[in-house]
Design a protein around this ligand. Structure first.
Ligand code: SMG
Ligand code: MG
Length: 369
């Protein structure tokens, strides 16, 4: 396949409600969509880099710049391009995993559409639908939180994840456990807000029988997570720290995580995400699919990944209306607390042209010659 051109399109979507984490509050998504144009087919992907470098060092303006200046020239230099060839071609460029992931996914989508293969089948999916969890932001009060959780449970979500930070942890988590009972699958995510010195405080979450605590410490503090894991009963899950299969293997050997959150954007693409899935499976470490407030484009690919065998915990694979009143594709909807894996070739969804146009802030097309 020859890569003729790539369109980089920025769209802006308001969120249905503000989403607050330990690192900031979001009210809208500024999304970079990538469209790979080849003679045989077009492929779509979504770059998960956020507007500001607060979740990780990447941010969307930088992702677009590195694609234009450093990544795309390397892809255009290839005589033929395939999804599998993208990673090796971009390897000399350090970092920028979210930008690389989006390019690999767009090329892979074009390739799979051209050959009539589903993304899910290419990855090795074993399920037609995946269990949906929901990530619940930090709220102004415990009653507001209980209200929000109650609404999500009524909608059918199979697992609740509460964002926590110092000052919003033991009390709200205890209140949710108390209100909704012991059967609720409940977990927390700190987005690096604590230090190892907080271990005695985090141990106060032990009685709530959480599925896991996600990324309590700094992304570079893998050893700290291993030490923390010996001081608390709640299983430690890593998100930000896991940027490759190699790091996943090291973190597991160190005892830094009992569970891994896999986000394809964070690790450089779905092919590396699958390698992490495989490394974890080989070590008996369950995984689940994270989320970056994706539109239907990114969500479709995530749902395909979440259908792999070792994704045994519900993911942050929520319905479109969790974040958006109008998605750019046909919306993903909960069916008995699950999302259905798309059935068409490639990622199996297409942007709705009118919606896409109405949300577009800018478009840039970069051609091979
Ligand atoms: O897509 O439902 C989603 C978001 C899930 O909490 C979520 N993501 O650390 O796991 C995480 C966060 C990162 C993004 S927060 C802006
Ligand atoms: Mg997280």
């Amino acid at each position: 396949m020859k890569l003729d051109a790539v369109e980089l399109r920025r769209i802006r979507l308001p969120l249905v409600s503000p989403f607050r984490t330990s690192f900031g509050t979001q009210t809208a998504r500024d999304v970079l969509l990538v469209r790979a144009i080849t003679p045989e087919a077009e492929g779509w992907a979504e770059c998960v880099a956020m507007e500001e470098p607060l979740y990780s060092s990447e941010y969307v303006d930088a992702a677009q710049a590195v694609m234009r200046e450093h990544l795309l020239p390397r892809l255009f230099a290839l005589d033929t391009v395939t999804g599998a060839a993208v990673g090796p071609a971009l390897h000399p460029v350090k970092g920028h995993l979210m930008a690389k992931a989006a390019l690999e996914t767009a090329v892979l989508d074009a390739e799979l559409r051209a050959t009539g293969v589903r993304f899910a089948d290419h990855l090795g999916a074993v399920r037609d639908a995946v269990d949906s969890g929901v990530s619940v932001g930090i709220m102004d009060s415990v009653p507001a939180l209980l209200d929000a959780v109650s609404g999500y449970l009524d909608a059918g979500y199979r697992r609740i994840k509460l964002k926590i930070e110092p000052g919003w942890d033991v009390e709200p988590v205890g209140a949710v456990r108390e209100q909704f009972g012991d059967d609720l699958l409940l977990q927390v995510d700190a987005n690096t807000a604590y230090t190892l010195a907080d271990a005695p405080h985090l141990a106060k979450l032990d009685p709530f029988d959480l599925l896991l605590i996600e990324q309590p410490l700094d992304e570079e503090d893998v050893l700290g997570h291993a030490k923390l894991a010996r001081l608390i009963r709640t299983p430690v899950c890593l998100d930000e720290s896991i940027t490759s299969a190699r790091i996943a293997a090291a973190a597991i050997e160190l005892g830094a995580c009992a569970i891994v959150n896999i986000k394809p954007g964070r690790v450089g693409g779905y092919l590396e995400a699958r390698r992490i899935h495989d490394v974890c499976a080989a070590h008996g470490i369950p995984v689940w699919c994270g989320g970056m407030l994706e539109t239907g484009i990114g969500r479709a690919a995530n749902v395909a990944l979440a259908a792999l065998p070792n994704f045994t915990l519900p993911g942050d694979t929520s319905a479109s209306d969790r974040y958006f009143s109008q998605d750019v594709t046909a919306p993903f909807v909960l069916e008995d607390g699950r999302l259905r894996v798309p059935t068409g070739p490639g990622i199996g969804v297409d942007p709705l042209p009118d919606v896409l146009e109405s949300l577009t802030a800018s478009t840039e097309t970069i051609s091979a010659n």
